[in-house]
Design a protein around this ligand. Structure first.
Ligand code: PEP
Ligand code: MN
Length: 353
């Protein structure tokens, strides 16, 4: 159920409605919009009587939401969600494209700094790199753990880039959330519901990757788990799905971008690296992703991909990333977007830890 407040409803009226919802044993989610505030109602006790709320002052109408997802839906919030990173000009979901770049995994300080320096020079505002890696083989490099997170934090201080890194389980989430600016939940965990609920309780944006065989509805429902716990800052990410095709690692499903945008106010990035698994496919699909209307990209870049400890085959050389950014810069205006200029000087801001 959804309570739509009148355009000029006061904060007090919104609060009173929220309190009434709570007193009935449900959870209110007041989501301010450009025109009016909507209050989503969650709680697993079954259908709720609209009458108790309809008569309250400031209430415009009470709507039964028939879709299984509510808070991620445009019914609750018509305009796009923009996720701003406090104290910086980094954002995802607005006019400016959000570009996340960096290695698959943090391997050592030298590697991470060499790559960060290059991606910072082109206008990327976010640096990616796994400290905890979900690997297919238990014998493959599993990530540096907290030591990797510390390197990420140093990179934030040195280059002013915001840090995106993955939490692979409930145990790693608290630590990752302490260091990261954006916490990634990977494709393999898209339906790890206890992890999603826990991510809903942190106060950092979450980058949620689409599961390898998730439908659009399953993807949005996974995001709904996070919002239902009170964290409204979710960035979706298309990273390819498993199909019969074997010319690429996955099949990048760019059609999900407009499909998501029709139904949800949440921003969506595209990951052409995992989406293709092959370096030479990353540039053409990045162009396509921006053209289709994605809010940005998450791209793997490595200064020495032949020696990368994970995903070297799909990692761009820094020069290729420069080219990608130059091309995106040209495409962006066609879709009414802009790409930020490189950060001029290292920002010594300490968001996160
Ligand atoms: C990653 O971003 O490094 C990663 C493991 O991605 P995914 O969860 O999409 O496979
Ligand atoms: Mn990877």
């Amino acid at each position: 159920m959804l309570v739509v407040m009148k355009a000029h409803a006061t904060e007090e009226q919104v609060r009173a409605v929220c309190e009434r919802i709570e007193s009935l044993g449900y959870r209110p989610h007041a989501i301010p919009g450009a025109q009016r505030t909507a209050i989503g109602i969650t709680g697993n006790k079954g259908a709720m009587e609209a009458g108790a709320l309809e008569e309250m002052s400031g209430v415009q109408e009470v709507i039964i939401v028939s879709k299984p997802y509510k808070l991620v839906s445009r019914d609750v919030k018509e305009e796009d969600t923009v996720i701003n990173l406090p104290g910086t000009d980094a954002a995802v979901g607005g006019r400016e494209l959000g570009i996340v770049a960096g290695p698959c995994a943090i391997e050592c300080r030298e590697q991470a700094f060499a790559i960060a320096e290059r991606v910072a020079k082109t206008g990327a505002r976010f640096f990616r790199g796994g400290a905890y890696k979900p690997r297919t083989s238990p014998y493959a490099f599993q990530g540096m753990g907290e030591a990797g997170l510390k390197i990420m934090a140093e990179i934030r201080d040195r280059f002013g880039l915001r840090i995106v890194t993955e939490a692979i389980d409930n145990e790693s989430l608290d630590l990752v959330a302490e260091y990261a600016d954006v916490v990634q939940i990977g494709a393999r965990n898209m339906q790890n519901f206890s992890l999603l609920k826990k991510a809903g309780k942190i106060r950092k944006p979450v980058l949620l990757k689409r599961g390898m065989s998730a439908t659009l509805e399953e993807f949005l429902m996974a995001a709904e788990y996070i919002l239902s716990e009170g964290n409204y800052e979710v960035i979706l990410c298309e990273r390819g799905v498993r199909t019969f095709a074997d010319h690429t690692r996955n099949t990048l499903d760019l059609s999900i971008v407009p499909a998501v945008q029709k139904l949800s106010h949440l921003p969506i990035l595209v990951d052409p690296s995992h989406g293709t698994g092959k370096r030479d496919k990353v540039l053409p699909l990045s162009r396509a992703a921006i053209a289709v209307g994605a809010d940005g990209l998450i791209v793997e870049v490595h200064h020495d991909p032949d020696r990368a400890l994970s995903d070297g085959m799909q990692s761009l050389f820094p020069d290729q990333f420069d080219e990608l950014m130059a091309e995106i810069r040209q495409i962006a205006p066609v879709v009414h977007r802009t790409l930020q200029e490189p950060l001029r000087q290292p920002v010594v801001a300490k968001a996160g830890k």
